[in-house]
Design a protein around this ligand. Sequence first.
Ligand code: ZN
Length: 488
Amino acid sequence: MVESVPISNGHDILIRGGLVVSGKRTQKLDVAIKGEKIAAIETHPSELRASREIDGSGYFVLPGIIDAHNHPINLDKMDTFTLSSAFGGVTTVIPFMQNMRSRGIEGTTSETIENFIEESSDISYLDFGVHAILFGDDDVTTEVPKLIDMGVISFKMYMTYPKRGMMMPDERMLEAMSIASSMGGLAMVHAENGYCIDYLTEAFIEAGKTGREYYAKSQPRILEVEAANRAATYATVTDCPLYVVHLSAREVLAVIDRYKAEGLSIFGETCPQYLDLTNQMVLDHGALAKIGPPLRSSEDNEAMWGGIKSGVVDTVASDFCGFNKSQKYSGGRSTGTIRELDDIDDHSSIFDASFGGNWTEQMLPVVYEEGVNKGRITVNKLVEVMCENPAKIFGIYPRKGTISVGSDADIVLFDPTIQHTLSADLQHCEADFTMFEGKEILGKPVFSMQRGNVVIEDGKIHTKQGSAVYLAGDVNLTASAPNGHKIV
Ligand SMILES: [Zn+2]
């Protein structure tokens, strides 16, 4: 591939001789940046020149990682969440935002998101899009069109947590899907059967079985399979593209595969925790490892890798949700009651603990170590599921997700020879623990830039809050649009 603009001189930055990775190939190329964009790409060695030249030899040159699933609304908000993400080689995030009436903050979803975009533009370190979460009390007939006009084109609905007031009733989900699909938007679901989870949870609590060993049993895998199948059925009926978040149970892959084969625009996402951690973490660490869907078994981890390899799983994202240990144990949000660590745990019900984990910074190293180093996937596949596919699905490709002429200069240099150990002491979010504590990794992102500006270099953040831009999703570019960027 040789692409260039007429002037090879006069570039601002040149990354010379790195191994540039796309979903399809790895090539030794020179990449020149002018202003915010990638201006020229030529086979190395080239005649390209720039005022700053970076020796890329020995590095993988990756498109900036996109974290398309995260919840920066608790202890870590868009400031520390994006800071932590940046150190993990992420350059674009797509957080979920919802109406905050359950937290006593008035306003519709679109109003809340408008405020969120304004506030994030001031405090985020990284460019960001937004997904909306729709609850049963949202007026979807007015909110969905308003949000799509704002560039919020993806709508997540919970099929679980009815007792927590989060579940979207099925008839409202159909309504939201139908409106979203008519405007080119897409639905996202947390696929677990909430009635069954509530039934089982109550039965365990009533029987006094509230220890950590009952958590996984209260949310069995069949509930994920049932809900994914139901959501895909509704998506078929309403002709709505569907993105199923955080796949965890191995049997659910057959559901995604079947609907893909039937022609539905259905996309599957998994997360580093479902690729590398098991329910043993819950048995060992209790509340700290409580997430929904629950961590499962090593057979499920292997199946998820298989799904990535075969193309049933389209993306990997973090599902970041920053809580400190006390908040996890007490079930409290950042404003909630915090109990002493010593009180907790053995005496507390696992069912009272908060859901969520904080793994955005560890995501790329873990996927690289477990995927590429262990021979389960290629580095090209990593780029496909962590850069290209999320950008295509959410309507921001080719601006993001690829190293191509004309794209934003969002680039990561990844050194595959650095041996390091993951630890909460080294992470940059407020959350004070990691479930990847002590994990040995070979390979680390050492440099990144966003729109031509250095983000991470020499172990430090160089970009300033307030320089990030909001990325409106474009319904005409999505992988599900008739002429959109297809996933191959
Ligand atoms: Zn989530």
